[in-house]
Design a protein around this ligand. Structure first.
Ligand code: MN
Length: 138
């Protein structure tokens, strides 16, 4: 079981992500208002942060940089989830400090595989366009 912080302004996505993570035995915590995300992260101390990029107030890019600048949260893996599809956007997301990127609408399999990889300490360094994720479980 891992503690996973979700920062997402869309209620349907929050429900989907929380249900998926709970089904995999994890403990999700959702934040709707990104202005509260850093404070909640400091209290919750997540094993993984999943953040939307297109967020009102504090964007996902800003949040990633804030997390990376926090002495206690700098090493927590970050998975960005966004409707952006351009290769340039993916590079910007990784340069900001996220370890992985999953595009919306999400593939449930890709989402779960990426969460598992990050919790194992692996970085999803392959661009999504490269094709199938390696060693998929059954
Ligand atoms: Mn959004």
């Amino acid at each position: 079981m891992a503690k996973i912080l979700i920062v997402e302004d869309n209620a349907l996505n929050i429900k989907l992500f929380c249900d998926l993570l709970a089904a995999h035995g994890h403990q999700p915590e959702a934040v709707t208002d990104s202005r509260n995300a850093l404070e909640v992260a400091r209290t919750f101390v997540p094993d993984l942060v999943i953040t939307d990029i297109q967020l009102p107030h504090v964007s996902g890019f800003e949040l990633i940089r804030l997390l990376r600048s926090d002495e206690h949260l700098a090493d927590v893996p970050i998975m960005a989830v966004t409707a952006y599809s351009g290769r340039g956007d993916e590079e910007r997301i990784r340069e900001a400090g996220a370890q992985a990127y999953v595009s919306k609408p999400i593939s449930v399999v890709k989402f779960a595989q990426t969460v598992d990889a990050l919790l194992r300490g692996e970085s999803d360094s392959e661009p999504e366009s490269a094709g199938e994720a390696p060693n998929g479980a059954t």
